[in-house]
Design a protein around this ligand. Structure first.
Ligand code: AMP
Length: 299
């Protein structure tokens, strides 16, 4: 499998109505990597500070993630803290400390510059652009972003959108990016900016794929007890891209199946704090939820 992710490695502080945890291993590239690694080996490019715990790097390696592209700089690791309302759908960012991320200048190791599938996880659009320029062999690049970057780096983000094949956005981001209330209209506006495919993530209400040759909607897997939704979006993207890269295809049928794999993977992510919900060797469990989702949506 030829899959590369560029994004953040973080220490997150998360408040839910039940629990408060500080300095949990997280970050967009970490959630993505751990999820995608169920489908094959993933290469990760990101930056950490001197405080990044060696056991966290070992953990990523043990999960089948190549960390050669993780650079260590002087300073502290990126930190993010957030609080969820009781309904889980509303998240408040309490603090974003860029720390070493402010100096992130991604260098893709030579061994991974030929990667066929690339995920630009949530990071500054400038860093996303630098990473993309080093991946000329890509056949499919998917980007993610966040309100933080839509508000602070809109022009660079538009440039990213002009160069990728797909983008994943939640409803709030799609509206903020386009100014459209209607999500479907927002998706079409986003496609006009460049990407051939837009995946709209609607949290517990599921996800919608809109592309030139495909339209596909899926509910979320019905999870009885959510523990922590942090990383659900990246985990969805990890299952989605992991499957696409392992199938080495972007046929409409593959993209539809990838939506099911993304949904099944994200459902495990929300069942634990940070990356705890995604246990090693979850592929069999992902397959079983894939089949359940097929059953739920069948007529
Ligand atoms: P998600 O819940 O899928 O949106 O992803 C949450 C993850 O994104 C957390 O682990 C954070 O560390 C990371 N994150 C939060 N804010 C940012 C940001 N501005 N840029 C990059 N990553 C971020």
């Amino acid at each position: 499998m030829s899959l590369l992710v560029i994004g953040t490695l973080a220490y997150d502080s998360i408040e839910t109505v039940h629990e408060h945890r500080a300095n949990v291993l997280g970050g967009s590239a970490v959630h993505f990597g751990v999820s995608a690694a169920n489908f094959g080996r993933v290469a990760l490019v990101g930056v950490v500070g001197q405080d990044f715990r060696p056991e966290d790097l070992d953990f990523l390696e043990q999960r089948g993630i190549d960390t050669e592209g993780v650079e260590r700089l002087d300073g502290r690791t990126f930190r993010w803290s957030g609080r969820y309302e009781a309904d889980w759908n509303t998240r408040h960012t309490l603090e974003t400390q860029l720390n070493v991320l402010a100096r992130f200048d991604p260098k893709i190791p030579i061994a991974h510059q030929g990667s066929r599938y690339v995920f630009l996880a949530n990071a500054s659009p400038e860093a996303q652009l630098k990473a993309l320029s080093q991946c000329e062999a890509r056949v499919f690049a998917l980007a993610d972003t966040m309100n933080f970057w839509i508000e602070s780096a809109r022009d660079a983000l538009h440039e990213v959108l002009g160069k990728v094949d797909g983008v994943v956005l939640n409803d709030e981001e799609a509206r903020l990016l386009t100014g459209e209330r209607s999500l479907i209209r927002a998706a079409h506006r986003v496609r006009e900016l460049g990407p051939r495919y837009v995946v709209l993530k609607k949290g517990e209400h599921g996800a919608f794929l809109i592309g030139e040759d495909v339209q596909y909607a899926l509910p979320a897997y019905p999870v009885e007890e959510v523990i922590d939704p942090t990383g659900a979006g990246d985990s969805f993207a990890g299952g989605f891209m992991g499957y696409i890269a392992s199938a080495d295809s972007i046929e409409p049928r593959t993209l539809r199946r990838a939506m099911l794999y993304g949904t099944a993977t994200a459902s495990y992510c929300v069942q634990g704090f940070g990356v705890e919900g995604l246990r090693p060797h979850s592929r069999g469990k992902i397959e079983s939820r894939f089949n359940e989702l097929l059953d739920i949506t069948a007529v």
